[in-house]
Design a protein around this ligand. Structure first.
Ligand code: PBG
Ligand code: ZN
Length: 291
């Protein structure tokens, strides 16, 4: 995962995620080139816009920061390097929610039309894959038909199919500047004790045309990952989230665990549980260690 931020003159380190930064367009390309040279297959791009509003309008601006980042990455790194665009509203709305709000509630169905516009705009900017992360019901279907209608029949959808309302997203919310200003995400993200709902969520996304399914977080949810892999036998992704990363790095900084050994062991566990694709902040170092 990489973050590109509008309006900054140089990369800004994220204090809660050692080794990670909010990037300028320039430092984004530098980092992506470095990742590609180490054998990382692609990046998942998040945008942090300067201007936020209730409707998250910067998210579907063809000249928005994420669109500029996507274009630059595709131009620079070419076809072999896969560019995923995170598709959500929380970095773009002034209230920090992943959907449009109506009073205190997230309005699922009006949000879908905005997601469709974002998907189209990201595809136009060159995204190979769009990855809707907002957990609105019907998001995969809405985005798929918008992409098809606009002629982007080859743009794939990696759906965050199974996403828990986790306590491990905190550092990410600093990086993406997308923490909710009120309430939480429990009306649409899943409850940690529930294993069955994840399979229902994944089945809906398969029916709506998802090309790959993601489970998030990864390490605490390896049972769910294995169940999704076995049930659907789809390309299956796991998101090794910010809190998982930061816990490991914090312990390593204190000398309590060995960063390299622990990282490789945990990434191996995610792979063993069925992940075909791992989204992880460890990617740069892990790729080097694995070489
Ligand atoms: C929200 C989103 C989240 C992450 C990616 N997109 C979490 C959230 O705020 O609910 C988490 C990623 C991480 O913790 O690394 N659309
Ligand atoms: Zn979101």
């Amino acid at each position: 995962p990489l973050f590109v931020k509008e309006g900054i003159g140089e990369a800004a380190p994220i204090s809660s995620m050692p080794g990670q930064s909010q990037h300028t367009l320039e430092s984004l390309l530098k980092e992506a080139r470095e990742l590609a040279s180490r054998g990382v297959a692609g990046v998942l791009l998040f945008g942090v816009p300067e201007r936020k509003d209730a409707g998250g309008s910067e998210s579907f601006n063809d000249d928005g920061i994420v669109q500029r980042g996507l274009r630059a990455l595709k131009d620079e790194l070419g076809d072999e390097f896969v560019v995923f665009a995170d598709l959500c509203l929380c970095e773009y709305t002034d209230h920090g929610h992943c959907g449009l709000v109506d009073g205190d509630a997230i309005d699922n169905d009006t949000t879908l039309a905005t997601y469709a516009r974002i998907g189209e705009s990201q595809a136009r900017a060159g995204a190979d894959v769009v990855a809707p992360s907002g957990m609105m019901d019907g998001q995969v279907g809405a985005i798929r038909s918008a992409l098809d209608d606009a002629g982007f029949i080859d743009t794939a959808i990696l759906s965050y199919a199974v996403k828990y309302a986790s306590s491990l997203y905190g550092p990410f919310r600093e990086a993406g500047e997308g923490a909710p200003k009120f309430g939480d995400r429990r009306s649409h993200q899943q409850g940690p004790p529930n294993a069955i709902e994840g399979l229902r969520e994944a089945a809906l996304d398969v029916a709506e045309g998802a090309d790959a399914l993601m489970v998030k977080p990864a390490i605490g949810y390896l049972d769910v990952l294995r169940a999704v892999k076995n049930r659907f036998n789809y390309p299956t992704a796991a998101y090794n989230v910010s809190g998982e990363y930061s816990m490991l790095l914090a312990a390593a900084e204190r000398g309590w665990i060995d960063e390299r050994a622990a990282t490789i062991e945990l990434l191996t566990s995610i792979k063993r549980a069925g992940a075909d694709l791992i989204v992880t902040y460890h990617a740069k170092k892990a790729a080097e260690w694995l070489q």
